[in-house]
Write a protein that binds this ligand. Structure first.
Ligand code: B4P
Length: 190
């Protein structure tokens, strides 16, 4: 199985590059952001609770996202592998993911981290906010809060995968094709 964690700050290109990775390697896409937005669109209780946090740029509680991922893994038993996009976002989520995968005799193959500076992140997210309808993209203060949450809670997840020698860093500025070329080179060299 090929199981990839795609990592990086908000706006680094995770969702964008996930589409390219799935098309080339036929992996199942598990984006916690997309799953949460679909819960919000369906007006579920989970979606209502998540929206309050997401609109402020805050992370949703670990147990909520871990439960969502567990359900998706169970629903895709025959998958060739998974791309985890926006998950794990805390060390507790990373530990839970290892446990979930071990119970299926599987493990993470690698973490690919997209490195992009704050100024470029702000530019990309405000641009997307013009037509995405995402309240968390429309306001610079909320974007700054998301970057702060990333630095405080998510950045330490890189050390978790460095300790397992699974961490691969990629410079995330340039054209989408150029960056995908570097990502697929890293995957193919495994
Ligand atoms: P996500 O949906 O994961 O959103 P994101 O961090 O903004 O990244 P995304 O993948 O959408 O953007 P991308 O970088 O591709 O999370 C949203 C919220 O959900 C979080 O703030 C949190 O509240 C909650 N959440 C999600 N997962 C959670 C978890 N595990 N635990 C707790 N809470 C969780 O792209 C951004 C823009 O850049 C796009 O417009 C794109 O076109 C552009 N772009 C991409 N590559 C580019 C390039 N090379 N050059 C120029 N522009 C580029």
């Amino acid at each position: 199985m090929l199981n990839i964690v795609l990592f990086g700050p908000p706006g680094a290109g995770k969702g964008t590059q996930s589409e390219n990775i799935i098309a080339k390697y036929q992996l199942v896409h598990l984006s916690t952001g997309d799953i949460l937005r679909s819960e919000i669109a369906n007006g579920t209780e989970l979606g209502r609770e998540a929206k309050k946090l997401m609109d402020q740029g805050l992370l949703v509680p670990d147990e909520v996202v871990i439960g969502m991922i567990s359900n998706k893994l169970d629903a895709n038993k025959d998958a060739k592998g998974f791309i985890f996009d926006g998950f794990p976002r805390t060390v507790a989520q990373a530990e839970a993911l290892d446990t979930l995968l071990a119970s299926k005799d599987a493990s993470i193959s690698m973490m690919i981290a997209l490195e992009v500076d704050n100024e470029e992140l702000m530019k990309r997210l405000l641009l997307r906010g013009k037509d995405s309808g995402r309240p968390d993209d429309a306001n610079p203060d909320i974007i700054r809060k998301r970057i702060e949450e990333y630095n405080n809670k998510t950045a330490p997840v890189a050390n978790f995968y460095k300790a397992q020698e699974k961490f691969k860093s990629i410079h995330g500025i340039g054209s989408i094709e150029e960056i995908f070329g570097k990502i697929s080179g890293t995957i193919d060299a495994r």
